[in-house]
Write a protein that binds this ligand. Structure first.
Ligand code: NDP
Ligand code: GO6
Length: 346
């Protein structure tokens, strides 16, 4: 005869409780797993930052779609790059910015749309074309997150920026307004200074290579700026897309060891080459008056340099409630330090 003592009932109840908990966990992991791997559409995927976004998206295991524009024509390099994405597992989606329907159909394939539309004046700048993409996302109605082409200075903080450079910030704000008016969920990435444009050249304008003997220092060279490896920008960007903590927020890429002054960057380079460079100093006024007589694209550049290296627009504020910092959210990412990055240029 089996006698159940109250203890045995307690044990059974415990066991049932434990089983329920395990089931709950499994369901939770399944839901999370399904949510984590959203489908991504990259627009501008063959561009400078766009190609890295495609790679990072594939590397994180997202089903990745890349827009292939109907207007590709005879651009063999662009096509080859797109085909190389396809080889790596991406899907190419044909569409055109002059065909609304095609954009809607493309957008419908994805949960997350990331746009890397051009916005550098001496290359190509078409930021406002994104308004067409916003229209398509609005009509498609399925997109859970949109990341417009930002990836620089936070344009919301540049309401008093100088002419003509302010055009970049104004256009990015126009796109933001369209996104927010349409109630599209967003994340804005403030990526600070791309290392390829700002670190390899020790922040010298008009060149992408480190100077051999003479280096120009802005002001006293002690203003903090933030230098970011472009691959890391893409890695952090992809991390944000399914993260509820970044929903409708600006994500600042500001990993502590990459917050440097121009002088600190130059010192890193001098250690690597084991000699000192000749330094000359450029005052605020000298930089600003150098703008006269320059072509439009260079004037835009000078304005941006002024805000970054004299005003300190990348670091002269604390991140508030509207923002989050990427290296805090994703401590598992080992970001590239600039003394490592600069070794490429030796
Ligand atoms: P690119 O100049 O490399 O161009 C990106 C893409 O824009 C192109 O590949 C192309 O897409 C698309 N594009 C260009 N013209 C058109 C057009 N007429 N119609 C449709 N698409 C077009 O861009 P970047 O990577 O240099 O710039 C991307 C963002 O990064 C910008 O917002 C820019 O301001 C920012 N940035 C920030 C820097 C920093 O230091 N923080 C430095 C440089 C840029 P497709 O692949 O379809 O051909
Ligand atoms: C990068 C540049 C480099 C200009 C941003 C002229 C938007 C941003 C940091 O891409 O004009 O020589 O924030 O001679 O929000 C360009 C622009 C910088 C290059 C800035 C940028 C940075 C755009 C130059 C030059 C290397």
């Amino acid at each position: 005869m089996l006698i159940y003592s109250p203890d045995i009932y307690k044990l059974e109840i415990l066991t049932i409780g434990w089983k329920v908990e395990k089931l709950e966990n499994r369901i939770e992991t399944k839901i999370e797993g399904a949510m984590e791997k959203s489908k991504v559409l990259v627009v501008g995927g063959s561009g400078y930052i766009g190609r890295r976004l495609v790679k990072a998206s594939l590397a994180e295991g997202h089903e990745t779609y890349v827009l292939q524009r109907t207007e590709i024509g005879l651009d063999i390099d662009k096509l080859q790059m797109l085909l190389s994405f396809k080889k790596q597992g991406a899907h190419l989606v044909e569409a055109s910015f002059s065909d609304h329907r095609s954009l809607v159909d493309a957008v419908k394939l994805a949960d997350v749309v990331i746009c890397a539309m051009s916005g550098v004046h001496f290359r190509s700048h078409n930021l406002l074309l994104q308004l067409k993409l916003v229209d398509a996302i609005k009509d498609a109605g399925n997109v859970k997150r949109f990341l417009p082409s930002e990836f620089g200075t936070d344009p919301a903080r540049m309401k008093n920026a100088m002419e003509p450079g302010r055009v970049s910030f104004d256009e990015k704000m126009t796109v933001r307004k369209a996104i927010e008016d349409a109630n599209i969920p967003f994340t804005y990435i403030s990526a600070n200074c791309f290392a390829g444009y700002f670190a390899g050249n020790l922040s010298q304008m008009g060149t992408l290579l480190p100077p051999k003997d003479k280096v120009l220092i802005y002001g006293d060279g002690n203003v903090k700026v933030v230098y970011m490896d472009e691959d890391d920008i893409a890695t952090y960007t992809i991390k944000t897309i399914d993260d509820p903590r970044t929903l409708n927020k600006t994500v600042y890429l500001r990993p502590p060891e990459n917050i440097l002054t121009q002088r600190e960057l130059i010192e890193m380079w001098e250690k690597l080459i084991q000699r000192k460079l000749n330094k000359s100093f450029l005052s605020k006024q000298e930089l600003l008056s150098s703008m006269e007589g320059l072509d439009y694209a260079s004037q835009v550049g000078v304005g941006h340099y002024y805000h970054i290296f004299y005003e300190g627009c990348l670091t002269n504020f604390e991140i508030g409630d509207e923002g989050v910092e990427a290296s805090e959210l994703y401590p598992e990412v080992t970001y590239t330090r600039m003394n490592e990055y600069l070794k490429l240029y030796l």
